[in-house]
Design a protein around this ligand. Structure first.
Ligand code: GLC
Length: 546
């Protein structure tokens, strides 16, 4: 298999607002990130992905950009960014940034011009119609917003302060390509490409027999036919010219389509984030993950992508609640489930991404009232569910389980005031469990979640088989056990995790094996304890499926 630096890398995702506040205003910032680079280096990180740090009115915390070539003042200056980049490089790491090009902020000068009159030369840079289509926005409510001044509707797939750019217009594309190449010339090492499966639309109504004003309209605005030539041009004009890492956020793309997205011959990205496993957790309540389905979905991606491209591996990001509180158990099996879920995904074939705080097992926050939430999506959801007649208490139950804000509470560095994130009250409440759940408390504990992550990273760096080896699912004949092997010419390893909060009788004691990693201190060959995880090196000729 073709070796590449970005295949061997471990990536760490930073949400700048919540990572580290260096100047005492309660908001994380760029110098805060720089101050924590030694921590990331020590953890074993190769690539840091920084979520949007561009100028923005922050309707969607920076995913609504008003200037692609300026830094948000709250976060610092372009000099601060340049220093961050330099310090990352000095330590032998790389930096990738978020590229949000499906939409801009409504405060971007392009949109300000576009909405100023029907005849403005930039009118066609966005999508305007006399009559709205019956599409629902991904953030809830109608996707078309009426603009009084010019008497037309504009499209926003996300919030109404995030108007969609018109990718059919070559001027728009050229302007975006110039901006992308400008960042690469600055020395950044790649991009996480936001919402990129939405750039092509099919402008017609969704058939709706019940006559609703707006209805879910994924087939009109996500991975629509005709998207590939647009992606091809993006690739040809930008990514293909540089040795950078690209990961596309590709909602709606199936494992059968990866040839066009990530293959060495035809792919437009090095890898993509897939969305298929999202539905495996019943988001209305907390009840763990459907392990048989999870095995099916992840194994399908492993098999289809093997030899045809590359996977992006992740279980957390800034858009999902914390994994230990959703797929795991953040009470009685907090440490065990945080490590078992980590072990399950981390050793698959692909580039692993770790979201800030995941490496210490950060949990969902005890949000109670609506005003504890910040996220525009969460608030929209409340508003539209209320409008559709749902009771307040029922909506709050959904929000408490599903809100994206759970992953956006400040990073928990130590047990001092505000978790060591800031000297003053942070922009969003710190999770009260910071008193015991924090980096400092775990750093010198060999059995901590953090130490487990360090060991996983060390193993992946020191055994090629964890990077390039073939994946094979092992059927342990048990619903809650997720086991697989990785194998290359020289080595074979076995990863076994029990993703349930009960022990299972299951013989795992391969002959002549060496235990490389475990999250329990004593090993019983006849059973797996709740959320037990083990990694073995096993002889090449061991046949576990036979
Ligand atoms: C992506 C981002 C998300 C954002 C949305 C709109 O899904 O991950 O945070 O709200 O795009 O830009």
């Amino acid at each position: 298999m073709n070796k590449k630096w970005w295949k061997e890398a471990v990536v760490y995702q930073v949400y700048p607002r919540s990572f580290m506040d260096s100047d005492g205003n309660g908001l994380g910032d760029i110098n805060g990130i720089t101050s924590k680079l030694d921590y990331l280096k020590e953890l074993g990180i190769d690539v840091i992905w920084v979520c949007p740090m561009y100028k923005s009115p922050n309707d969607d915390n920076g995913y609504d950009i008003s200037d692609y070539q300026a830094i948000l003042e709250d976060f610092g200056t372009m000099e601060d960014f340049d220093r961050l980049l330099e310090e990352v490089h000095t330590r032998g790491m790389k930096l990738i940034i978020d590229l949000v090009i499906n939409h801009t902020s409504d405060e971007h000068p392009w949109f300000v011009e576009s909405r100023s009159s029907r005849h403005n030369p930039k009118r066609d840079w966005y999508v305007w119609r006399d009559e709205p289509l019956n599409w629902e926005s991904i953030f809830g409510g109608p996707a078309w917003e009426y603009d009084e001044k010019t008497g037309q509707y504009y499209l926003h797939v996300f919030s109404k302060k995030q108007p969609d750019l018109n990718w059919e217009n070559p001027e728009v594309r050229n302007e975006l390509f110039k901006m992308i190449n400008w960042w690469v010339a600055k020395g950044i090492d790649g991009f996480r490409v936001d919402a990129i499966s939405h750039i092509k639309k099919e402008y017609s109504n969704v058939p709706d027999l019940d006559g609703h004003l707006f209805v879910p309209s994924w087939e009109k605005m996500m991975n629509v036919d005709g998207i590939q030539p647009l992606l091809q041009e993006l690739y040809d004009e930008t990514f293909s010219k540089h040795d950078i890492m690209t990961v596309g956020e590709a909602n709606g793309v199936s494992a059968d389509e990866i040839h066009d997205w990530v293959s060495p011959e035809n792919g437009k990205f090095n890898m993509i984030f897939q969305f298929e496993d999202i539905g495996l957790w019943n988001t209305e309540v907390r009840n763990g993950v459907n392990v048989p389905e999870l095995k099916t979905v992840l194994s399908k991606w492993q098999e289809k992508v093997n030899g045809n491209g590359w996977n992006a591996l992740f279980i957390e990001n800034h858009d999902r609640p914390r994994i230990v509180s959703t797929w795991g158990n953040d009470q009685s099996y907090w440490r065990e489930s945080a490590t078992a879920l980590g072990c399950m995904y981390f050793f698959m074939q692909g580039t692993p991404f770790i979201y800030q705080g995941q490496e210490i097992g950060m949990t969902n926050a005890p949000f109670e009232e609506l005003d504890h939430f910040d996220d525009v999506h969460t608030h929209n959801l409340y508003f539209h569910k209320k409008e559709s007649g749902m009771e307040h208490d029922a909506i709050m139950t959904v929000l408490r389980a599903t809100s994206r804000d759970h992953s956006r509470t400040p990073m928990q560095w130590n047990s001092s005031n505000h978790a060591g994130f800031s000297d003053v009250l942070p922009w969003m409440g710190v999770n009260p469990n910071y008193e015991w759940l924090n980096v400092e408390a775990q750093e010198n504990d060999p059995h901590s979640v953090l130490s487990f992550y360090k060991q996983m990273i060390w193993l992946r760096k020191n055994m090629d088989v964890f990077v390039y080896g073939d994946y094979q699912l092992v059927d342990m004949n048990h619903d809650s056990v997720f086991a697989y092997t990785r194998e290359n010419e020289d080595d074979k390893v076995l990863v076994v995790t029990n993703l349930a909060q009960h022990a299972v009788l299951c013989a795992v004691d391969p002959e002549d094996s060496t235990l490389l990693l475990a999250n329990h201190q004593s090993i019983d060959p006849a059973q797996l304890l709740p959320y037990e995880a083990r990694v073995y090196k096993i002889p090449k000729d061991t046949n576990l499926n036979g």
